[in-house]
Write a protein that binds this ligand. Structure first.
Ligand SMILES: [Zn+2]
Length: 340
């Protein structure tokens, strides 16, 4: 498999800049995550509950990035919320490509083709054109922030984003391997921001994930070993995580607890990664639409976890929050500090 984004250049915040939190919502239709992909599942009713997260973001001054896919931006329950968000300046909207519900529909629907980077390059391009145009038409903003559906950045995606005028990519999922059903392997990809692009400077801001614990350095190799015989049935990382030696964590309220999010944040800051990307999926805001939030009680716990994490990052750690375009500017052209 080709190494994705091998040519990237890591970027750092200026030394005197507080750590930065980016909040990203994968804004998409409700679908059964355990069933085969289905072009017919395009309901976006869960968007009627999006305000519940937005109220929280407003309280913390967080301008979240809602990366939206085709069913969201072409149906009123989706685009009306996003348009108001943009009009009032309370957040920004990017593009999120779920190929199986994004025209033109030419490819067979299957797990491998659910990763847009696996499509023939011209089809990946035409789908992203259609989505980009739809966002501009329905939401009133030409998106310049992209996040591939299923973290499915592919070998042609960097050039495509550059051609289509994108400036920021949020696709990689640091430390996670999606190879089991044909997706990219990000297990050796770290969470640091980076610059890429041939003629223009694009910035990549991965979803924050990492191997954490005293065996963290061996994480990718142990992960790979656990998938090969004779280790396959031994669940090596599982055993290690129970002892605290090795955990693989994602900065998300979906399936993780506050202590996980704090541990991951401290581990990333300790190794010099001071830009963090916190994310979840919009259907989690309506009970029953994802396995992470099955009842009103669980939704309250979910929002409370988000609130506690924001208090920790923006309060206890003294962090700041930014949108992706503002952050791109700071990373590429740090404000010069005046010499005393
Ligand atoms: Zn998605």
């Amino acid at each position: 498999m080709t190494t994705l984004l091998a040519e990237r250049t890591r970027l750092r915040l200026p030394a005197d800049h507080p750590p930065v939190l980016l909040v990203v919502i994968d804004t998409e239709e409700e679908f059964d995550w355990s069933a085969p992909f289905d072009r017919g599942q395009t309901s976006v009713e869960a968007m009627r509950d999006a305000w519940r997260a937005q109220e929280l973001f407003d309280a913390f001054g967080i301008r979240a990035t809602w990366v939206a896919d085709y069913p969201i931006v072409t149906q009123p329950a989706g685009y009306e919320f996003l348009r108001e968000l943009v009009d009032t300046g309370r957040g920004t909207v990017g593009a999120h490509l779920h190929p199986w519900v994004s025209p033109p529909h030419e490819e067979p629907v299957n797990a491998r083709n659910s990763y847009p980077g696996n499509l023939p390059p011209d089809l990946e391009e035409r789908k992203l054109w259609r989505l980009t145009d739809a966002i501009e038409h329905y939401v009133g903003l030409r998106p310049t922030v992209y996040k591939a559906g299923r973290y499915g950045f592919g070998p042609h995606t960097a050039d495509l984003l550059e051609r289509l005028g994108y400036e920021v990519d949020l696709s990689p999922c640091a430390a996670f391997d999606l190879g089991a059903d044909g997706g990219p392997d990000w297990s050796r990809f770290d969470a640091a921001p980076y610059r890429f692009g041939r003629a223009r400077d694009l910035v990549g801001l991965p979803t924050s994930g990492a191997f954490v614990g005293w065996l963290a350095g061996a994480g990718p190799a142990l992960h790979a070993a656990s998938h090969r015989a004779p280790w396959a049935g031994l669940r090596v990382p599982g055993i290690l995580s129970r002892t605290g030696a090795l955990e693989r964590l994602l900065l998300s309220p979906e399936g993780y607890r506050l202590e996980h999010l704090k541990r991951l944040t401290r581990a990333l800051l300790a190794c010099g990664t001071r830009v963090l990307s916190f994310s979840f999926h919009s259907p989690s805001l309506r009970p029953g639409c994802t396995s992470y939030v099955r009842s009103e009680t669980e939704l309250k716990e979910f929002l409370s976890l988000c609130r506690q994490f924001f208090e920790f990052f923006l309060g206890e750690l003294g962090g700041a929050t930014m949108g992706p375009l503002e952050l791109r500017q700071v990373l590429l052209d740090p404000p010069r500090t005046t010499a005393p």
